[in-house]
Design a protein around this ligand. Sequence first.
Ligand SMILES: Nc1nc2c(c(=O)[nH]1)N[C@H]1C(S)=C(S)[C@@H](COP(=O)(O)OP(=O)(O)OC[C@H]3O[C@@H](n4cnc5c(N)ncnc54)[C@H](O)[C@@H]3O)O[C@H]1N2
Ligand code: MOO
Length: 396
Amino acid sequence: MVTVNEAKQRIIANTVTLPTVKIPLQEAVGSYLSADVISPIALPPFRQSSMDGYAIVHSDITEPGTALRLAGESKAGQTDLPTVSAGTAVRIFTGAPVPEGATAVVMQENTSLADGSVQIHEFPVAEGKNVRRAGQQIAQGAVALRAGTLISPGAVGFLQGMNVSEVTVHTKPRIGLLVTGDELLKAGDALVPGKIYESNSAMLQAALAQAGIRDVSVSYASDDLDATISALAELLEHYDVVLASGGISVGDYDFVGRALEALGAETVFYKVRQKPGKPLLFGKKGEKLIFALPGNPASSLVCYYEYVLPALKKVMGSKEPFLRWVRLPLRHAYRFDGERDEFLKARVEDGEVVSLDGQESFVIGSFAVANAIIYLPVSQNKVEAGDLVEVHLLPL
Ligand SMILES: Nc1nc2c(c(=O)[nH]1)N[C@H]1C(S)=C(S)[C@@H](COP(=O)(O)OP(=O)(O)OC[C@H]3O[C@@H](n4cnc5c(N)ncnc54)[C@H](O)[C@@H]3O)O[C@H]1N2
Ligand code: MOO
């Protein structure tokens, strides 16, 4: 049995990133950059006005109401530009090039027009006012985004704006998911005594899809050693990461651990001092990663968020693989006994966190409405209302 921290460290220490591939930017959302992206151009590429108004020489404005002669206009997209010299102003619009000679733009609300001249009612006008400098956002040749950055919609906007339409990212892992349990019915089967509907595979596929991982193959094995061995062997041959659901505890019909042993997989750890999810196994066979998740649905999903997702994110090149976390006051007192750290299904609401009813590991309804997991180490087993607790935010 290892501690939660040891388990996390061992996962990171035993996980390497997958090879890289160059793909169109639009297809890269949800992937992580494998190399820094260098900006091929400056942004903005030229001096731009940030307001509709008048481009002027700021030092011309010596008092409120100074009048300047109008000497042309600059609109967005214009290439043939007038110049601004002392005593003149050029009509200008947002995003348009600031003409040579101009040192500031005065917004039109602070001006009035009369007889071909414009009166500036703003005084003093600071040099550079309402002018976006060339390269103010990023200089040509500078690092735009670092290796390890997630391609988010914001990153797509940033890169496309510098005409970068292909990026080099780490490939995503292919997942082989094995479901075990003779009590499990498939969707649509008639409910019969002693059976339940299988739900972990749908849940895990949904969680993987949210992480941008869609190459997931699901297979099933009955509670039988040979069947489990051959199903796992098949998945280990074809997939980067194998997830097994159920059959990892100590019962007579729990075959996943024995099957992995028979296949010569290395157990990096088995059992974590935590509730739920104690029987979690993390192993390897060559470069292939193996997670045997406890069958209880809430145990399975806690283990996915706390261990599997970070491993997958590291494999995909993330440098911050664990769930984002914050410290928040717990709305109510909470106590627990025992030797296992606890993960509680929770909701963050109005700057506080509240643990939900139904923390047992067979109860998934609480997870259905959770947006966070509270992590309480055994050293913090008596929490008063208002005490700060560690809250892991679900990537919803
Ligand atoms: N004597 C002991 N018994 C158990 C221990 C222990 O330490 N000593 N640990 C308990 C803990 S903690 C957990 S967690 C479970 C984990 O057991 P398994 O991983 O072997 O899971 P199963 O027995 O196969 O199933 C547990 C539970 O979950 C249901 N289940 C399984 N798969 C699915 C699925 N795909 N969809 C929906 N529900 C599923 C299954 O029917 C069981 O109710 O072991 C304890 N026992
Ligand atoms: O460690 Mo288990 O997931 O509590 O039932």
